[in-house]
Design a binder for this molecule. Sequence first.
Ligand SMILES: NC(=O)c1ccc[n+]([C@@H]2O[C@H](COP(=O)([O-])OP(=O)(O)OC[C@H]3O[C@@H](n4cnc5c(N)ncnc54)[C@H](OP(=O)(O)O)[C@@H]3O)[C@@H](O)[C@H]2O)c1
Ligand SMILES: *[C@@H]1O[C@H](CO)[C@@H](O)[C@H](O)[C@H]1NC(C)=O
Ligand SMILES: *[C@@H]1O[C@H](CO)[C@@H](O)[C@H](O)[C@H]1NC(C)=O
Length: 384
Amino acid sequence: MANSSRPEIIVKLLLLGCGGVGRCLIHHIVATRSLHAAQGLHIAVLGVCDSRAIVRRKGSQATELDNEDLHHICSTKASGHPLESLVLDSLDIQAFASSEAGLEASFVDKWLGSFKGLVIADCTASNQTSKFIGECVEKGSCIVLANKKPLTLTLEVYDKITSTQRRLRCESTVGAGLPVIVALSRILCSGDVIVQIVGALSGTLGYVMSELQTGNLLSVVVKSAKELGYTEPDPRDDLSGMDVARKALIMARQLGWRMDLRDVQVESLYSSDMGPEFMSVDDFLEKGLTTLDENMKRRVEVAASKGCVLRYVATIQDHRCKVGLLDLPCDSPLGRLRGSDNLIEIYSRCYASSPLIIQGAGAGNDTTAAGVLADIVDLQEFSD
Ligand SMILES: NC(=O)c1ccc[n+]([C@@H]2O[C@H](COP(=O)([O-])OP(=O)(O)OC[C@H]3O[C@@H](n4cnc5c(N)ncnc54)[C@H](OP(=O)(O)O)[C@@H]3O)[C@@H](O)[C@H]2O)c1
Ligand SMILES: *[C@@H]1O[C@H](CO)[C@@H](O)[C@H](O)[C@H]1NC(C)=O
Ligand SMILES: *[C@@H]1O[C@H](CO)[C@@H](O)[C@H](O)[C@H]1NC(C)=O
């Protein structure tokens, strides 16, 4: 219940990225205003960035964007226009020097006031935000990540960003809104020893594998997945396994393993001679994929003959990270998985014979943005 004598907690937010997830986050923030108000909480969006510019409210430092400003920002981006094209008297728009440079720490000083108590939410897919985020960490900001890149570049970058762990939340980097990171964190801090993690971490590959199981050809399944909007614009971004590899690396590093992305053993579902540098997306879909059908069909049949099904999974065990196809028993949790759900099995001393299992929708703007918002709310103790 609201307590009128309690001062309202104001969480100041800077949002990086205004794509599918970023816009959905803004929508959630506006839609939960009264829910949060009843809890004595207010989320003040001070700035929103895309790849080219930052938008903030005209006036003194740290004036928040109101609901109407936020609505304009979202509808401009949703119709495919850059933030720079916004013309509103109430708004200040500052272009970045270059897209590589992105947002610089001096903007925060000049425009948003204090780093301390500021929450920076990275909802980009960029590998260029990590320098800025590292600087903000050093100056006392809180960080929320949906973007996996800052946690999967070099260990030097990783160490910097995770140096103040209590002020970092990254739940949506693995399994979208599913509570995977927090589950691992609770197990680890209790001294329980994690022995193995096995997970289906790609909704796209989950869909593909369960369709293959029903006897469909890979080329047919991938094309229909693309038509249904389940894949990236270039389906090779899913089929390469690199997105799953980044998620596996984030969990392995959380276990304290000092490894890099290149140490993750990744099985790509297409051969390197069909890569983007050799083949257009259309050629890959029309010609490349069909050459993979026969082999994939055989693997599905071999698995079935052993009472197994083929799954694309990440395995984290014995200081090794592996991502690729595995034959798994039909009656195991991962074997029973259908469609685009994610499923993660965690084995530890406490969860030895009966693993901790986390399952549910592991993608989508809505669940991902909900995970980001819960992370932001979870950092309210650091606001000032
Ligand atoms: N969608 C999901 O289901 C899901 C699930 C889990 C995790 N994620 C992660 O969430 C993140 C966002 O996904 P999305 O689908 O929303 O991506 P998206 O639609 O491609 O949006 C990315 C946004 O980031 C902006 N951006 C790029 N570089 C930037 C920079 N240097 N500084 C500031 N902004 C920058 C882009 O600007 P422009 O508009 O100018 O291009 C765009 O607005 C990704 O890392 C993704 O892996 C997504
Ligand atoms: C996420 O949002 C983007 C941009 O609005 C949209 O193209 C995409 O289809 C959405 N994805 C899902 C799974 O709803
Ligand atoms: C960052 O991404 C760009 C484009 O996707 C790529 O060319 C570049 O090599 C990447 N940089 C690093 C450090 O990973």
